[in-house]
Write a protein that binds this ligand. Structure first.
Ligand code: GDP
Ligand code: IMO
Ligand code: MG
Length: 432
């Protein structure tokens, strides 16, 4: 990872989230100077397993566990200050020093209690199965130009007016939902004034700092949250999150130029999962659904919600490779398939009179399709101790070769367990 041609690398989820981005970013961060989160917020849960301790990061970049790495939360993130402080306190308690190397963009919008209230009380949020972290309402306020930004906390006199716009709108929505709950401007302002010194101590012009770092030859990782199929433009709309999770969002969300990005690594599970509602064409039926959930410990890192599981969908990942411009793939959780007697890859969606190999934007049309599978013999041997590709059973290698062929992007990393050391780096990984 990282050579003279690849200094700025975006890491994106290429399915529906929880692909193991946190693990990959932690592994790669050993060789990085900066790690920047560029979108989403506390809806994310990125797991880093150090063996002795397991960290779940929601807003703080997953590079934070390496003491020399600078970590920044970009302008594209909607930041929940309370959750941020809880995360910082937890890290400090575990002996991780964040002092002087954690930055928050002063342009980032804040997720405030009334955003969470609106998310909780909205039937539309329930239908999508949101995480309830106030993400959608905060992005709505941002786009509607009534959001509160970190830099607003510098101006106490102006804060009241900015907060009023958000609170008035939230209260109108709550009334419309038939909810009796309301937000109060004075309480919100008082709470913000109380946290202002701590938050402003982290505030920075992140876009400028990252630009300067890139100019000086630093290596920069950009950490995506969620997955490409949850992207508000490219995902399974309306069953998506409210940000651009794909690599295009990395430039706008970190505040750097698209031309500053050298490579994009797509993280995929060796199968597929999704949390919340919406299409999952390769979803398992019982009893495989429960078996795979148990084998992969497929429960939300933060919410604990059971994840839906299915076979690897090459139509989805090929699509993600195109919209993200993936230069390489990291395949995670290969070990979860170790005990299966056979495994499948979806290569197309059957429709009357043919097969679609491009992921459709039209979910109604998607309903009328059936996944077409290619079957592979299982390897039925543990891969957890493999550290080189040659250590993998031939059947596992054949499975990965077919994925590479179908996606038309080289596999650069294979992860075979939760821990940092359980990773195989393939040839060309420095280029990603
Ligand atoms: P993220 O949101 O993309 O960072 O992924 P999550 O942390 O939400 O979910 C990934 C889960 O899979 C976590 O519990 C990880 O510890 C775990 N994990 C990551 N890579 C592997 C792997 O190669 N094998 C196994 N068995 N678990 C993994
Ligand atoms: P990481 O970064 C998986 C899903 C929710 C819901 C939809 C919208 O850990 O991969 P939101 O609260 O964002 O408005 O919910 O998006 N979702 C995720 N699914 N991993 C995530 O993050 C997710 N963040 C949001 O379940 O379906
Ligand atoms: Mg996650």
């Amino acid at each position: 990872m990282f050579d003279s041609e690849t200094r700025t690398l975006v890491v994106v989820g290429a399915q529906w989230g929880d692909e193991g981005k946190g693990k990959l970013v932690d592994v790669l961060a050993e060789r990085a100077d900066w790690v920047v989160r560029y979108q989403g917020g506390a809806n994310a849960g990125h797991t880093v397993d150090l063996g002795t301790t397991c960290f779940i990061l929601q807003q703080i970049p997953s590079g934070i566990l390496h003491s020399g790495v600078r970590c920044a939360i970009g302008n594209g993130v909607v930041l929940d200050p309370e959750t941020l402080f809880t995360e910082i306190d937890r890290l400090v308690k575990s002996g991780i020093d964040v002092e002087g190397r954690l930055y928050v963009s002063d342009r980032a919008h804040l997720v405030l209690p009334y955003h969470k209230l609106v998310d909780a009380e909205s039937s539309a949020s329930r239908a999508i199965g949101t995480t309830g972290r106030g993400i959608g309402p905060a992005y709505e306020d941002k786009v509607a130009r009534r959001g509160v930004r970190v830099l607003d906390l510098r101006h106490p006199r102006h804060l009241h007016e900015v907060v009023s716009r958000g609170v008035d709108h939230a209260n109108a929505l709550l009334a419309h939902f038939g909810s009796a709950r309301r937000a109060a401007v004075d309480d919100t302002v008082a709470a913000l004034e109380a946290i202002a010194p701590r938050l402003l101590a982290l505030a920075d012009d992140v876009g400028l700092s990252v630009h300067q770092a890139i100019e000086s030859g630093a290596t920069v990782l950009m950490e995506g949250a969620q997955g490409s199929l949850l992207d508000v433009d490219h995902g399974t709309y309306p069953f998506v999150t409210s940000s651009n999770t794909t690599s295009g969002g990395a430039a706008t969300g970190a505040g750097i130029a698209p031309t500053a990005i050298d490579a994009v690594l797509g993280v995929v599970k060796a199968y597929t999962t999704r949390v919340g509602n919406g299409p999952l064409p390769t979803e398992f039926a019982e009893p495989l659904a429960t078996r795979m959930r148990d084998l992969g410990h497929e429960y939300g890192a933060v919410t604990g919600r059971p994840r839906r599981c299915g076979w690897f969908d090459a139509v989805v990942v090929r699509y993600a490779a195109r919209v993200n411009g993936l230069s390489g793939l990291a395949v995670t959780k290969l070990d979860v398939l170790d005990t299966l007697d056979r495994v499948a890859i979806c290569t197309g969606y059957q429709v009357a009179g043919g097969v679609h190999t491009e992921f459709p934007g039209d979910l109604v049309a998607l309903e009328d399709t059936a996944p077409q599978y290619e079957w592979f013999e299982g390897w039925q041997r543990s891969t957890a101790d493999a550290r080189r590709v040659d250590d993998l059973p031939p059947a596992a290698r054949r499975y990965l070769d077919r994925i590479e062929e179908l996606i038309e992007a080289p596999i650069r990393f294979v992860s075979v367990g939760t821990r940092r050391d359980q990773i195989i780096e393939l040839a060309g990984a420095a280029r990603v």
